[in-house]
Design a protein around this ligand. Structure first.
Ligand code: PRP
Length: 217
């Protein structure tokens, strides 16, 4: 039996994923050692390998087959646009991709004016404004603290993740339009899906049962 390799987005996402995996009998004790500098962890018994990667790199590892399966946020999947299968919504990490700004920018969106949009997600923003809204915009790529855009006059609006809404509120901004809902997803390499169909399908179905059980509580 060959190893099935998992790429997990570092941080909270990986922690919650591993908890979920434990519920279906997949454990990796090695990974729990906080002091370890190891990058790849093996469960010999189940012939599984795990590694942690930066979120935006997860779809890359999966597309090239360096990982058979990945767990990553839908925002990253949409932004990276890789050739991978999205097979399961894990339900956690739920939030929304939104167009946000001050109340005064609402009108600019309605009248389809040429506006400036600051975002960490240029591909998602471009797709939304060009293909869905048919509005010509100037997209400015930022790497974080995107809410600063409209506050300091860099942009009219932002396209960003809204979870609790408190960052917006504390900075006098609001949701003006919703782009799409987001949450953690399982992605699979298309070739692995064919070669390891049975093992991967069983894994997906077991995870589905865990999600259904949690939903029922
Ligand atoms: C994310 C996102 C928002 C904030 C939303 O930023 O970009 O800024 O969280 O969360 P809230 O609705 O619960 O306030 P993150 O903390 O990842 O940092 P960043 O701004 O550097 O991207």
């Amino acid at each position: 039996m060959r190893y099935l390799t998992f790429a997990l987005g570092k941080g909270r996402l990986a922690k919650t994923t591993l908890k979920m995996f434990e519920e279906i009998g997949i454990t990796c004790e090695e990974m729990k050692d906080k002091d370890t500098r190891k990058l790849i962890f093996v469960n010999e018994e189940l012939k599984l390998r795990f590694f942690l990667a930066k979120g935006p790199d997860v779809p890359t590892y999966v597309e090239y087959g360096a990982a058979d399966i990945g767990v990553v946020g839908r925002d990253t999947i949409l932004e990276e646009g890789r050739n991978i299968y999205e097979v399961l919504d894990l339900g956690f990490g739920a939030c929304r991709m939104c167009v946000c700004g001050p109340e005064s920018s609402r009108e600019l969106l309605q009248h389809h004016e040429q506006i400036r949009v600051a975002t960490k997600y240029p591909k998602i923003a471009k797709d939304y404004f060009y293909n869905k809204k048919h509005q010509t915009v100037e997209i400015i790529k930022l790497n974080g603290s995107v809410e600063l855009g409209p506050i300091v006059g860099l942009s009219d609006v932002i396209v960003d993740i809204v979870e609790t809404g408190s960052t917006l509120k504390e900075n006098g901004l609001m949701v003006l339009e919703e782009v799409c809902p987001l949450s953690a997803r399982v992605v699979v390499n298309p070739v692995s899906m064919k070669l390891e169909q049975k093992r991967i399908q069983r894994l997906i179905s077991n995870l589905r049962d865990v999600i259904a059980k949690a939903d029922a509580c």
